[in-house]
Ligand binder design. Structure first.
Ligand code: ADP
Length: 467
C-alpha cells in the first residue's frame, strides 16, 4: 500500500488527476451497479416465485370449479383448457397419493424430486435443478372430484436468468463506456488546466536562469483561480523586478557617493604623509577637511541604513503633530539661534497615523533644509491645519529657493542641486528621500513649491487617527 502511495505521488499531476477521476467514477459506478443488480435480482426472483404460486392457485381453482363427478379421464381428454393456464415453460403433473403420475400437462421437463419428510397437506416451494435448469418446484394437495392427489408445478427460471444476463451485459457495457467517456473528459480538462501551470513552471525556470528580463506571455485568459494565479505571478514579478532594480541602483549610488569622501580623506592623508605634516597650516586644513568628510560619511551611512531598512509601518501608533513640531523647533533653535519659528494652528487638535520618531524626523529634515539653504536670517512659518479628512502641514522658508527644473528631482536619492550654489552647505542628498519614504509608508503625501531667491513651501498631508 505504501509503495502504491509512493508511486502515485511520483506520477505527474495530470496522471494523478485522470487516475483519481477514473477511480472515483469506476468505484461509484461499481457500487451503484452491484446494489442495483442485487435489488433487481431479488425483485425478479420474487416475481418468478409469485408467478409459480399464482399458476398453482389458478390450477387449484380450475379443479375446484369442476363438477363433483369429474374424473381424471375427463380431464385428460380435455387438457387444452389447463394448458392455457400454464406458460410455455411450465410443466404440471398430478400424482396420486402413492406417488404414481396420473396426468401431465405441458410435458416439457422431467419429474422433479418430492419434498422429503414434509407434510404433503401443506403447499411447498423449493428451488431445484431440473434437466440442468434452475427451477421453482411447487407441490400442493389437490381435489379433483372424488380424486385426491398431489400437484407438482415445475417453473424453470430461464427467463429470469436470461434477463439477469442481459442486465449484467448492459451494466458492463455502460460502465466501460462511462469510464472511457469520463477519462477522456478528465484528460481533456487536465490538459486544459495543466497547460497554464506548466507554462508558469517554465516561466519561473526561465526567470531563474535568465533573470527578470525573461518574462513570458501567458495565453490562459480565463477569469478563474488559475487566471488569478498567473496574474498574481506577473504582478509579483513586476514588483520584484522594480525592487531588484531599485536595490541595484541603491547599491551603485551608495558606493559611488561613499567613494567621494573616502577619496578626499585619502588625498589629504597622502598629502600629509608626503610633506604636509611639517606645515601647520596644511596640517590644520587637512585634518579639518578630513573630519568634516568623516562626519558627512557617518551621516550618510546612518541615512543609507535607514533607507535600506525601510521598516514596516506601525499603523497602530499615532503622533501629536504639534508636540513633534515643538520638539524639533526647540532643537533647531539651539543649533541655529538666529532662526525664528512661527506656528499657526487651524482646527481642532488631532493625532496623525505615524510614529512620533518618524514625524520628528520629517520635521527635522524639512525645517533644517529651510534654515541651511538660506542666505537671510531664517524665518520658518509653519501651519498645521486639521480638516475633516486629514491633517495638512505647511512649512514655508525664506531661503534660496529651488529652480523649477530641479523640483521634480529633489526627492530622489543623492540628488543635490548645483554644487557651486550650495557647496558650503554640507549634505548627503538623502534627507528628502527619507522624508518621502516615511510619509508614503504611512500613506501620507508631500508636495513642494518654490521660487528662486524667495523661498520654498513644503505641504504635507497626514492621515488622521480615527478614534
Ligand atoms: P541634503 O540637504 O542632505 O543635500 P536633501 O534631500 O534634504 O539632501 O535635499 C536635496 C536637495 O534639495 C538639497 O541638496 C538642496 O539643494 C535642495 N533643497 C532641499 N530643501 C531646500 C530648501 N528648503 N531650499 C532650497 N533648496 C532645498
Amino acid at each position: 500500500m505504501k509503495r502504491l502511495e509512493e508511486r502515485f505521488l511520483k506520477t505527474s499531476l495530470k496522471s494523478k488527476w485522470i487516475l483519481a477521476v477514473g477511480a472515483t467514477i469506476f468505484i461509484s459506478y461499481a457500487i451503484i451497479s452491484v446494489v442495483l443488480y442485487i435489488a433487481l435480482q431479488t425483485w425478479l426472483l420474487n416475481n418468478e416465485e409469485k408467478n409459480a404460486v399464482r399458476t398453482v392457485d389458478d390450477m387449484t381453482s380450475f379443479f375446484y370449479a369442476q363438477e363433483r363427478s369429474v374424473t381424471i379421464q375427463n380431464l385428460q381428454n380435455n387438457s387444452a383448457l389447463m394448458k392455457a393456464i400454464l406458460t410455455q415453460e411450465q410443466t404440471v403433473r398430478i400424482f396420486n397419493l402413492d406417488g404414481i403420475e396420473v396426468i401431465s400437462i405441458n410435458d416439457i421437463t422431467s419429474v422433479a424430486d418430492f419434498p422429503k419428510n414434509e407434510d404433503i397437506t401443506k403447499t411447498s416451494i423449493s428451488e431445484q435443478t431440473v434437466d440442468g435448469k434452475d427451477s421453482f418446484v411447487v407441490h400442493q394437495l389437490v381435489q379433483i372430484g372424488p380424486f385426491q392427489g398431489i400437484m407438482q408445478l415445475i417453473h424453470p427460471l430461464t427467463t429470469f436468468h436470461s434477463m439477469m444476463k442481459y442486465i449484467l451485459t448492459t451494466i458492463i457495457i455502460v460502465g466501460v463506456g462511462a469510464l472511457f467517456f469520463s477519462v477522456s473528459i478528465s484528460y481533456y480538462l487536465a490538459n486544459l488546466l495543466m497547460k497554464p501551470l506548466v507554462q508558469l513552471r517554465d516561466a519561473m525556470n526561465l526567470v531563474r536562469n535568465d533573470g527578470f528580463m525573461a518574462q513570458p506571455e501567458f495565453q490562459y485568459k480565463a477569469d478563474d483561480e488559475i487566471g488569478d494565479l498567473l496574474h498574481m505571478y506577473k504582478t509579483l514579478m513586476n514588483e520584484l523586478e522594480i525592487a531588484f532594480t531599485k536595490q541595484q541602483q541603491f547599491v551603485a549610488d551608495a558606493s559611488h557617493e561613499l567613494r567621494t569622501p573616502i577619496q578626499v580623506i585619502e588625498g589629504h592623508l597622502s598629502l600629509l604623509s608626503r610633506w604636509g605634516k611639517n606645515d601647520p597650516q596644511v596640517l590644520e586644513e587637512s585634518l579639518h577637511t578630513s573630519l568634516a568628510e568623516i562626519t558627512r560619511m557617518k551621516k550618510m551611512i546612518e541615512e543609507l541604513l535607514q533607507l535600506a531598512r525601510n521598516e514596516e509601518a506601525d499603523e497602530s501608533k499615532s503622533a501629536d503633530v504639534e508636540v513633534a513640531y515643538n520638539q524639533v523647533s526647540k532643537e533647531l533653535k539651539q543649533l541655529y539661534p538666529n532662526a525664528s519659528f512661527e506656528l499657526t494652528v487651524i482646527g481642532q487638535r488631532e493625532h496623525a497615523v505615524i510614529t512620533e520618531h518618524a514625524l520628528t524626523q520629517i520635521f527635522r529634515n524639512i525645517m533644517s533644509n529651510g534654515i541651511r539653504y538660506n542666505l537671510n536670517e531664517p524665518i520658518l512659518q509653519t501651519t498645521i491645519q486639521y480638516t475633516e479628512s486629514a491633517i495638512f502641514v505647511t512649512i514655508e522658508d525664506n531661503g534660496i529657493g529651488i529652480a523649477q527644473e530641479h523640483l521634480p528631482h529633489i526627492f530622489d536619492r543623492f540628488y543635490r542641486i548645483d554644487a557651486s550654489r550650495t557647496n558650503a552647505i554640507s549634505g548627503t542628498g538623502l534627507g528628502l528621500s527619507i522624508t518621502k519614504m516615511l510619509l508614503e509608508k504611512y500613506h501620507g503625501e508631500i508636495n513642494v513649491e518654490s521660487m528662486l531667491n524667495s523661498g520654498t513651501v513644503f505641504v504635507m498631508k497626514l492621515y488622521k487617527k480615527i478614534e
